[in-house]
Design a protein around this ligand. Structure first.
Ligand SMILES: NC(=O)c1ccc[n+]([C@@H]2O[C@H](COP(=O)([O-])OP(=O)(O)OC[C@H]3O[C@@H](n4cnc5c(N)ncnc54)[C@H](OP(=O)(O)O)[C@@H]3O)[C@@H](O)[C@H]2O)c1
Length: 345
């Protein structure tokens, strides 16, 4: 396994991070346990979850993934071996603390206490804001529609409240998710100006079908030491090649929750996938491993958050760290990006 520093902390996280959002939905608790056991054995010390998991989000499964992880901590007694990331959700439907903004003092505090309880732990290593409260570009939304009449929790208040949790030892570090360059920069400036805790990571989508992070955010990641935690690195499975030719394998994510994943139904997706598939074949590479390794080697990436529903997938994905992408392969990948830039933003 490879390791990198998380932001400007002293934490060394594995460059493969174990994603968890299928546990409690597509995967059972036992399957989640098996994944956690195996990943840790392979040196994957960085795990990601969120209070709203499992996905797709539903009132009846809210918190279920954290419960599974908490049960694992309780049974295995290995809490200290893991650098655990979780998230408080942004504005949600009414079943989450009545809906609306979630990053004010009261909701933030309730959210954190709920996560700690479900996770059966005293602390979370990286506590992330799942998505901005303000209306901005996220989850594939294109075009920016500004409104002067929006209300969201002042960033300064969010940082102050998160700072209190850090002081009390309930969280160690903080991070962003689904954030834009403006949001990331504003948080960093305020931390400096007001001597408040600083964000250490940005968890955004990044994969061969969506390299939009490279415009704007990548530079911030490197210059300001706030690395990317790349989510959906296989574009929800498209970059394994299994959905080529309109295939919909049984029990795959698209078979399971087709209506939830419309974000990836975009023109040019199929063409781009076909080109990346050809590159993998020409160079005798597993397409999933090639796609993951491309993310891992980017200098602005701290860790690649993998997702797996079977042990075979998990093994393949973790093993991607040992794949070598030659300059020739990278050049070919970049040529495809020029022809089909970010087909699934
Ligand atoms: N912050 C956020 O808003 C956000 C959003 C999304 C995800 N995340 C985090 O990122 C993690 C990973 O995201 P993701 O699950 O979307 O990642 P992904 O790598 O794009 O997709 C993972 C899915 O692809 C399929 N797959 C994975 N490896 C495979 C392989 N080797 N061969 C064939 N199929 C394979 C599996 O689905 P099937 O077997 O069902 O086909 C698996 O669940 C999540 O668990 C979560 O922790 C965060």
């Amino acid at each position: 396994m490879n390791y990198k520093k998380l932001g400007n902390t002293d934490l060394k996280v594995s460059t493969i991070c174990l994603g968890s959002m299928t546990w409690g939905e597509q995967n059972s608790e036992n399957e989640g346990f098996e994944q956690m056991d195996y990943a840790l054995e392979q040196g994957v010390n960085f795990w990601d979850t969120a209070e709203i998991y499992s996905i797709p989000p539903k009132e009846e499964t809210f918190g279920d993934t954290e419960v599974i992880i908490g049960n694992w901590f309780s049974k295995r007694k290995k809490r200290k071996d893991v650098i655990l990331a979780s998230k408080v959700c942004g504005p949600m439907r009414s079943y989450v603390r009545g809906g609306g903004n979630q990053y004010g003092k009261k909701n933030l505090s309730e959210a954190l206490e709920g996560s700690l309880k479900r996770l059966q732990t005293d602390y979370i290593d990286l506590y992330q804001l799942h998505w901005p409260e303000r209306n901005t570009n996220m989850f594939g939304k294109l075009g920016y529609e500004h409104s002067d009449n929006e209300s969201w929790t002042e960033f300064e208040d969010i940082l102050e409240n998160l700072g209190r949790f850090i002081d009390s030892g309930k969280i160690r570090y903080i991070g962003l998710s689904n954030e834009t360059p403006w949001g990331a920069k504003r948080f960093l400036e305020l931390s400096k100006e007001k001597k408040l805790p600083r964000m250490m990571s940005i968890q955004n989508p990044y994969n061969l079908l969506n390299r939009s992070y490279e415009v704007g955010l990548a530079e911030i990641s490197i210059r300001d030491k706030i690395g990317l935690l790349a989510y959906s690195p296989l574009a929800i499975g498209h970059l394994t090649g299994k959905y080529r030719n309109n295939e919909k394998p049984k029990n795959s994510r698209l078979d399971h929750d087709r209506d939830f994943w419309t974000r990836y139904n975009k023109p040019n997706r199929e063409h781009a996938v076909e080109e990346y598939y050809k590159i993998a074949k020409e160079h005798n590479l597993d397409m999933a491993q090639m796609s993951l390794k491309f993310c891992e080697i980017q200098p602005f990436v701290t860790s690649v958050i993998i997702g797996a529903t079977t042990m075979q997938q998990l093994k393949t994905n973790i093993e991607s760290v040992n794949v070598n992408l030659t300059e020739e392969i990278i050049k070919k990948i970049n040529e495809v990006q020029k022809i089909y830039p970010n087909p699934c933003p």
